[in-house]
Design a protein around this ligand. Structure first.
Ligand code: BES
Ligand code: ZN
Ligand code: ZN
Length: 485
């Protein structure tokens, strides 16, 4: 899909459809004013009659408007002018694009507000890219049709191309999540990472079974043992700053399917578990964008890739594993496998000399209980670093909320036989006891854990996004890299 600045007026442009943004408080944009001039005050009348309200993401299609060349004008509500953010611009543009992409259209032009900042236009461009990408990978008749080209009035070409890079990264993460576990398993995920690395000139290291054994990744390997699919650990390196600068580390949980293992999940709870590699997908996608944007930072990405399955060789309850760091882990529940995989992946991040770490994981159902399905849980060992990450999330409009990490929670993961056990006492505070477990493997490195179990996968579509994988936190990670100090 091509994104270009629009130079013609909304009424004159030759397009299959035009989008016109309207604020809720009645302040017309320059485009709305020009539109009203040509159409004898049509918008004004529709606003007066409350057929159009300008409420956020509300869509009103107008057909064959006299004086307008395009046969479809899609009016989209921008909400109140003072409340417009990069996040709401992303969603508004995506909402409009999503509706228009229901059928094939060659040329679509969008007229929001020329007074928007460069960053806001960038966000809108990203929204256009994700809005018209669906989850119907295997549907014979597609429900979404990306446009041939999209023209955005008031935007600079540079902002559009950067926004496109961001949107395409979000789509990459979504696609990896949406692909069934038969398609995306540790080896094939690693191949995808290698392809991204080749295309973006990233350094790529893939640890296979033998290497993982040589590296003493006893935790990750134990989880993988129940599957016929061998484990992989992928390390990608992007160097945008001096070779002497230690990197930011992004660590992703890549459980390509989580059956629960011997602590088997009930069928309903297993259905969406192809999404259990959304953390690794977000990390890979973010690195792709960071490289394409040529950001002046060094980043290392580490993805722990396994399938959690049931077999005669599955790891068992009561097993004691020795993690790469040397710590021993008693297994009380094989369905708490993500933290076990991350134990080794985080240790690799520390060894890579990371100055700061962010891990992303579809880690606990408890986080969904605490925060619902739309909010990411953040847990950290360093408040300043946590503030930087949540600040970046706020900049791009991805909802995130910090949970406490009081030392008392750590009592719950003490084991009688080993250094720690892999679940807390009972279900309560489960998102935090999981984070306490992870904290054991980051030493003193400033670290933020993002539990994306809820927001990584939509059961039901939002106005701005189809159901399925969401690519949550990809935009935040890119923003973190952009604002890194
Ligand atoms: N992958 C799941 C968490 C999950 C739940 C992700 C729902 C996405 C949606 C994780 O491995 C898991 O099963 N966690 C257990 C931990 C428990 C056994 C301590 C959970 O949350 O029930
Ligand atoms: Zn699990
Ligand atoms: Zn899992």
């Amino acid at each position: 899909m091509k994104l270009l600045p629009a130079t013609e007026k909304i009424t004159e442009i030759d397009a299959d459809a035009v989008v016109l943004g309207i604020y809720a408080d009645g302040q017309p944009t320059a485009h709305a004013a020009q539109f009203d001039q040509v159409t004898d005050g049509l918008l004004g009348r529709l606003l007066e009659a409350k057929e159009i309200t300008g409420k956020t993401n509300k869509l009103v299609p107008l057909l064959a408007v006299a004086g307008v060349r395009a046969q479809l004008v899609l009016v989209v509500g921008l909400g109140e002018k003072e409340k417009l953010t990069r996040g709401s611009a992303y969603r508004v543009a995506a909402t409009a694009a999503r509706r228009l992409s229901l059928k094939q259209r060659q040329r679509v032009a969008m007229y929001f507000d020329d007074a928007w900042s460069d960053e806001t236009f960038q966000a809108a461009a990203a929204g256009v890219i994700t809005g018209c990408q669906g989850q119907d990978l295997y549907r014979t008749e597609k429900k979404r049709h990306p446009f041939g080209e999209v023209l955005l009035a008031g935007a600079a070409a540079e902002e559009l191309s950067q926004g496109q890079i961001v949107g395409e990264a979000v789509n990459l993460a979504r696609q990896l999540v949406n692909e069934p576990a038969a398609q995306i398993y540790p080896e094939s995920f690693a191949r995808q990472a290698q392809e991204v690395a080749d295309a973006c000139q990233l350094e790529c290291e893939i640890w296979d079974q033998a290497r993982l054994e040589a590296e003493n990744c006893g935790a990750l390997l134990a989880v993988a043992r129940g599957s016929v699919r061998p484990a992989r650990l992928v390390i990608l390196r992007y160097q945008g700053a001096g070779a002497d600068q230690r990197p930011l580390a992004l660590v992703g949980k890549g459980v390509t399917f989580d059956s629960g293992g011997l602590s088997l999940k009930p069928s309903d709870g297993m259905l969406a578990m192809k999404c259990d590699m959304a953390g690794a997908a977000a990390v890979l996608a973010a690195l792709q964008a960071i490289a394409r944007l040529q950001l002046p930072v060094n980043v290392v990405a580490i993805m722990g890739l396994v399938e959690n399955m049931v077999s005669g060789d599955s790891y068992k309850l009561g097993d004691v594993l020795t993690a790469r760091s040397g710590k021993t882990i008693e297994i009380h529940n094989t369905d708490a496998e993500g933290r076990v995989v991350l134990a080794d992946a985080l240790n690799v991040a520390v060894e890579q000399g990371a100055t700061k770490i962010i891990d992303l994981a579809t880690l606990t159902g408890a986080c969904c209980v605490a925060l619902g399905n739309d909010v990411v849980g953040a847990m950290a060992n360093d408040q300043a670093w946590c503030d930087a990450v949540t600040g970046a999330a706020q900049n791009v409009g991805e909802p995130i909320w910090q949970l406490p990490m009081f030392p008392e929670y750590g009592q719950q993961i003490k084991s009688q036989i080993a250094d720690i056990k892999n679940v807390g006492e009972g279900r309560w505070g489960g998102a935090i006891t999981a984070a306490k477990f992870l904290e054991e493997f980051v030493d003193d490195t400033p670290w933020v854990h993002l539990d994306i179990a809820g927001p990584s996968f939509l059961e039901k579509a939002k106005p701005w996004m189809d159901g399925g994988g969401t690519g949550v936190m990809v935009r935040t990670l890119i923003e973190v890299a952009r604002t890194l100090k």
